[in-house]
Design a binder for this molecule. Sequence first.
Ligand SMILES: Cc1cc2nc3c(=O)[nH]c(=O)nc-3n(C[C@H](O)[C@H](O)[C@H](O)COP(=O)(O)OP(=O)(O)OC[C@H]3O[C@@H](n4cnc5c(N)ncnc54)[C@H](O)[C@@H]3O)c2cc1C
Length: 425
Amino acid sequence: MPESLPGEDYYRATSAADDYAALAGSIDTGICIIGGGFAGLATAVSLMERGRGDVVLLEADTIGFGASGRNGGFVFGGFSLGERSLVGAVGASDARALYRLTLDAIERIRGRIARYGIDCDLREEGVYLANWFGDQRILDERQRFMADSLGVEWRRIGRADLADKLHTERYSGALFEPGAFHFHPLKYARGLARALAGGGVRVHERSRVLRIAPDGAGWRIATAAGEVRAREVVVCCGGYLERLSPRLARAILPIATYVMVTEPLGARLHGALRTGAAVYDTRFAFDYYRPLSDSRLLWGGRIAVRARAAGDVARLLYRDMLRVYPQLAGARVDYAWSGMMSYGRHKMPQLGRLPDGQWYGMGFGGHGVGPTTLAGDVLAAALCGDGAALARFAPWKLPATGGPFGQLAAQLTYWYYGLCDRVRA
Ligand SMILES: Cc1cc2nc3c(=O)[nH]c(=O)nc-3n(C[C@H](O)[C@H](O)[C@H](O)COP(=O)(O)OP(=O)(O)OC[C@H]3O[C@@H](n4cnc5c(N)ncnc54)[C@H](O)[C@@H]3O)c2cc1C
């Protein structure tokens, strides 16, 4: 491994940035969206597709700066809340409908990639959920549950067949989600922003919102150098919300997770992976990884309450990678980084409107590419007067997460379940 890693991550190093001017002066608009991650972008795009051009999007840093431009790139069905818990929370029928919305969101993403011509290294090769444990019932039960309760068919892959694809002794089989794919998330985020700008939506980078204040029937949204006066405001700041809205900040836990990317491995990659699919595993504290088109391996995993320096992330994940693929020993790590996710206590997206009228979309956790897209449609519909889809998310409110105590509890939970995984294995 190199002594020092570049400050830039792989995604930034491999996609072209457009430059959107910082907000300056005062502008009036219908809807102001705060946050240029997938939630904010999807809301803006959905509004644009509904014919609403009176939208301004403000991003504190650059488009995709947060989780959306640094994630694993898996695009698959479901939420951060597990399927069994989802059924337990709302019953099989509503759970099935909600899960269906995430599958529709995957189609929506495919559609937007095609419609707006977004070149984002799309890999239509599915996703494996690989079984870390020897107990075959884990996969059998999960497969049956997905089919019977949610109407979703995941293909069962036996140990020998999986060993043809993944050259490791670690797994005892897998479930394959054929409709899932993986992509370069920052290229997609930047492509959406380009589509917005092309469609007349005003996008401003380096425009951190400092204050949201009521102003007659609307809002004044202030940055250091400008102000937006809008009838509606939508807060989509994910795990990077900080102190912008204390009411919303109380309801999420910002949690870090880590990613690294190896050097181009050439033929060595095929000594480990003989598939273009993305892979994660059945542990609570699972690895997630995927081959990149330039023969690098992207590897992610772990959750923690804080971001770490690139070198530390690389060391941790390199160890994790060798536990699965010892044949990659000596592979150089070229990039490593952290990203912050936002979790509500219930692990479901938090979509709605505060009593003072501010709209919000957050709490997508580590399973957010599909759900943010779905959130964009739900929020856009509500902003246009149709709140039916939003009502489906009413069960998941804004319970307090306990701030630093909540973070400590999350870290302990992660360690506890990590220990359970090790005992079980
Ligand atoms: C390392 C990592 C790997 C992941 N892997 C996957 C995966 O493979 N598949 C999957 O489905 N999900 C994955 N996730 C989760 C997924 O990326 C997130 O759930 C999703 O991107 C959240 O989108 P968001 O728009 O809510 O937040 P973000 O993408 O974090 O966007 C929030 C934006 O708000 C901006 N902002 C904050 N404050 C202000 C302010 N005051 N003014 C203006 N702008 C502001 C931030 O700069 C940021 O750009 C992963 C997450 C991480 C961190």
